[in-house]
Unconditional design. Structure first.
Ligand SMILES: [Zn+2]
Length: 260
């Protein structure tokens, strides 16, 4: 009968959404708090009760970098998970520490960019596609990392100006200013060029233009020789950290693995 809800009915008013687990924090003895980028509600904090107990039916889905469908109920100010079903586990990341740590870096950047109560389909697609590429090992790690970094900078509102040198108009200058987010020639000076500049070869510049403009589905569909890929990586990483004015501990950890 409309308008007549018993207390039991109110208690079982569930919310269902799909989302990617960006971070997990152990809580109390057996619980875990999950930071999730959900498809419908943007960034959310979900509580997985009893997830660290041996027979928990939530434990397979409620782990870092899993994309799942979550059924939620509100309890004591928390969104509590009552059911969880995995949609994509990215198995290729689970037994490879290097890939897992790079995926964790992607997740930390997404956590910084995403907002509560603000669904962001482009952001969710970007990280799901990036994790999938890493997991399948279908594209070089450095290519996925560089493309992710520059594309997410654009989504966050820091799209660089790659038209040409703002002073002389040269269409293919050999420096990129990561502080100003624009190209510059080696010898062109002026106030506009304060800040940190880094070398960019023609190949790197072409890749940057591609990453900024290509359709989302084609983001990783380019190739670069190893040397240019190194250069591109250095530029996109410095650009992201400079524009966001911060570092990422997950990035530091990933890079420490590469040195070993
Ligand atoms: Zn110039």
């Amino acid at each position: 009968m409309p308008g007549k809800f018993s207390p039991a009915t109110i208690k079982t008013m569930y919310l269902k959404t799909e989302g990617l687990i960006l971070r997990q924090t152990d809580y109390k003895d057996r619980d875990r708090l999950l930071t999730v980028l959900s498809r419908d509600y943007g960034k959310m904090t979900l509580k997985a009760r009893g997830v660290r107990a041996k027979n928990s039916k939530l434990s397979s889905t409620c782990q870092l970098l899993t994309y799942g469908e979550f059924t939620l109920t509100d309890y004591q100010g928390y969104h509590v998970i009552t059911e969880a079903e995995p949609k994509q586990m990215f198995y290729g990341l689970r037994n490879n520490l290097e890939l897992l740590s790079l995926g964790s870096y992607f997740a930390q950047v997404v956590e910084v960019v995403s907002q509560e109560d603000s669904p962001d389909p482009a952001l969710l697609s970007l990280i799901l596609n990036a994790l999938y590429a890493l997991s399948q090992q279908s594209r070089p790690q450095k290519l996925v990392k560089a493309a992710f970094e520059l594309r997410i900078a654009c989504l966050a509102g820091y799209e660089p100006n790659l038209m040409g040198c703002p002073v002389c108009g040269d269409p293919s200058p050999n420096r990129f200013n990561v502080s100003k987010g624009c190209l510059q020639c080696k010898d062109c000076g002026g106030e506009v060029f304060d800040g940190i500049r880094m070398p960019v070869s023609l190949g790197t510049l072409a890749a940057m233009r591609y990453i900024v403009d290509c359709p989302a589905k084609r983001l990783f569909a380019f190739t670069l020789p190893e040397a240019a890929l190194e250069e591109l990586n250095a530029v996109t990483e410095a650009y992201l950290c400079t524009q966001f004015e911060r570092g990422f501990y997950t990035l530091d950890f990933y890079k420490s693995l590469l040195l070993q």
